[in-house]
Design a protein around this ligand. Structure first.
Ligand code: AHR
Length: 660
């Protein structure tokens, strides 16, 4: 082995790198800081939210009770009831479909002969409970004639020990909501909720709910603070919601219908989650959508984290991978009306029907909706046929709303080419490209947009992630190799932000005990959460997005994989800085010298943020959440040339003040 290789190998083993014996010639790059190539799209780096992997119920939506309204296909799923301990008829689930179609079932508890009766909810893979925190219990209840039944509500820890308790005494024979709060005496990651009924008679109960008091912005019906904070830290340019295939449904009956997700939570009709039975190897029979996190909450979340809302609507087509069911074209009107009404819900005056509902829900000010997706991963002429009708109706009423079109599930092939050609001829606004592919694909496609048509529609890289083992493979990991490949690829997105105006990694969230799809950007259990290395790549891009792209070249070529280095540069007018991104995908150190043209001077002190690992298989985890995370240091700059040695397998962001 040559001496230099021995040193490199040793340094990788030791987790540090040392200067090679014989200094390598630097790679000479040029940045033309005075030549603005294009402004950076203001929404450039966003996030994609879909209720997959228990992202909503059991995830960011802070409700702790699973199947709170007994509407799962198996009505008592998630509840254990003492079926054989007492005479029959102690608990029945009553269906009043005609009276209350959006929430037909409730539980009736009869206690003629015994003094108490218990039901226990297991939560979503248990309940995460924190010592010293307040928990808010609520339910709807009514006593039947002559009944006087009281409830004792008890939190149990992982071992079944009581860690908090309160009582509720419903009164009266009409449905009413009752609330009670208590403080947890201990922490539990897999707690449970026990409801003990005592007294005599018959009581009806529904919407049995438990939330932590401490949610994002302390809202009732709120969201988990740690998960929202991780999203907020990304400073995302947009929030795409609610998906994803969930928009389409496996069949049309289970498509996402936003109108059923707004208004009183008690009246939001639960449906199966399409990821419940998508993957036999990760079947999740208890996965349903309560829509407690519905469209109002998505808009509110977007606003909270400074992201432009980007709803994706069903266009009359169910998932083509599953059923391929489409609505007859002459019955498309309700779908189009949903889109028009959504714009009114988001932006309409409070005197309009849907604007009034938004105001009633607590947000009289508009949500400033500017764009909307028509369909998710649709393909074929049937999509074009339906999209064309949608576009005509929306554009004639709301000409300023930008529409996002599907280009199908993949970035090439017949389906892609057909839609790409057709939608360009139709002057579409923004085309949604998806790529779930190998790390190698990401590296070899980093220059994909360098030669894209500048005059046609813009591109939304709406779903992407490097899959080391293949799409749908449960062994895909959020390892450093995948994150590094994405970082390299993203230099090409950034360099071409005149064409690629938005990009979002997908999917966003995954429960470690309840996932169906991997990789995912953020993982969590009932108490903890962490960002993957891929999360930190996204964060570094979004937090260093700058305001304008400037040319960065090696000779007269863009830097996209020559010598295993990928690079792009932006200027940040707000801070007067040059922001250089450098990615080294090789196992060797890469010395670089970046000559900056078009500036009078560069400050002698810059900042270098490095995201790196010596192990391409390296991961973060709940126990080691920031193992691979950015580290910042000062760098010295002499004259107008920035020099650094890019460590093996590294992503660097350099910020330096410039004087133009
Ligand atoms: O991100 C997971 C799924 O991948 C999305 O639901 C779908 O749009 C894509 O196929």
């Amino acid at each position: 082995m040559k001496p230099q290789r021995i040193i490199t190998a040793l340094s990788l083993l030791m987790g540090v790198y040392t200067t090679p014996l014989a200094a390598q010639q630097p790679l000479n790059f040029t940045v033309k800081a005075g030549e603005i190539k294009t402004p950076v799209s203001p929404n450039m780096w966003g996030i994609f939210f879909e209720d997959i992997n228990l992202s909503a119920d059991g995830g960011i939506y802070a409700e702790l009770v699973k199947n709170r309204s007994f509407e799962f296909s198996t009505p008592l799923m998630g509840w254990s009831v003492p079926r054989n301990a007492v005479a029959s008829g102690q608990i029945v689930v009553v269906n009043r479909q005609e009276d209350h179609p959006s929430n037909p079932r409730f539980a009736r508890i009869t206690m003629p002969a015994i003094r108490s009766f218990e039901i226990v909810n297991e939560g979503f893979r248990g309940m995460g409970i924190k010592s010293g925190e307040q928990y808010n219990f609520s339910l709807y209840a009514r006593q039947q004639e002559g009944a006087a039944v009281k409830l004792t509500v008890t939190l149990l820890d992982d071992a079944g020990k009581e860690i908090g308790s309160t009582t509720v005494s419903p009164a009266g024979s009409s449905w009413q909501q009752y609330k009670a709060s208590f403080t947890a005496a201990a922490t539990a990651s897999k707690g449970k909720l026990k409801v003990t009924f005592s007294g005599n008679g018959v009581i009806d109960v529904d919407m049995i709910s438990l939330f932590p008091q401490h949610t994002w912005k302390e809202r009732s019906n709120g969201l988990r603070t740690d998960l929202v904070q991780l999203l907020a830290d990304l400073h995302p340019g947009f929030l795409r919601f609610p998906g994803g295939c969930i928009v389409e449904g496996r069949e049309l009956v289970n498509r996402y219908q936003w109108k059923k997700t707004v208004g009183d939570v008690n009246d939001r009709e639960l449906i199966i989650n399409r990821w419940n039975n998508e993957f036999p190897h990760r079947a999740t029979p208890d996965y349903f959508q309560s829509f407690g996190l519905g469209f109002f909450e998505y808009f509110q979340l977007s606003e909270d984290i400074g992201a432009s809302p980007l709803p994706i609507l069903n266009c009359g087509m169910a998932c083509q991978f599953n059923s391929g069911e489409v609505v007859a074209v002459n019955e498309l009107d309700p779908y189009i009306q949903d889109a028009l009404d959504l714009i009114e819900f988001a932006n309409g005056d409070v005197t309009s029907k849907w604007g009034a509902l938004r105001a009633k829900m607590g947000h009289p000010a508009p949500f400033n909706l500017k764009m909307m997706g028509v369909g998710n991963e649709q393909w074929g002429p049937q999509y074009v046929e339906r999209y064309t009708i949608f576009a005509k109706a929306i554009k004639s009423k709301y000409p300023d709303i930008k529409l996002i079109n599907s280009l199908g599930p993949g970035p090439d092939g017949d389906r892609f080419t057909f839609l790409n050609d057709t939608l360009r001829k139709l002057n579409a606004d923004i085309l949604d490209e998806h790529y779930y592919s190998s790390p190698e694909w990401f590296l070899s496609n980093a220059a994909r947009y360098d030669s894209y048509d500048r005059k046609g529609p813009k591109i939304f890289a709406g779903e992407y992630a490097a899959h080391s083992k293949g799409v749908g493979n449960g062994d895909n990991k959020n390892n450093w190799q995948s994150a590094l490949a994405e970082a390299a690829f993203m230099t090409g997105l950034e360099r071409n932000t005149d064409v690629v105006v938005m990009a979002s990694y997908a999917p966003l969230l995954a429960h470690v005990d309840g996932w169906q799809w991997t990789p995912d950007l953020i993982w969590f259990d009932n108490l903890r959460s962490y960002g993957t290395p891929n999360y930190y790549v996204q964060k570094l891009y979004a937090n260093n997005k700058g305001t304008a792209v400037v040319p960065m070249l090696k000779g007269n070529q863009v830097i996209s994989g020559q010598d295993s280095v990928y690079a792009s540069t932006v200027v940040d007018d707000a801070t007067g800085e040059l922001v250089i991104k450098l990615v080294n995908t090789s196992a060797t150190v890469k010395p670089v010298a970046v000559a900056v043209q078009g500036v009078k001077s560069i400050a002698a002190n810059g900042k270098l943020t490095a995201l790196r690992s010596n192990d391409l298989q390296g991961l973060n985890s709940l126990d080691r959440p920031t193992g691979i995370s950015p580290e910042e240091k000062d760098i010295n700059i002499k004259g107008k040339t920035i020099r650094t040695d890019i460590a093996p397998w590294s992503f660097y962001v350099i910020r330096a003040k410039i004087n133009k």
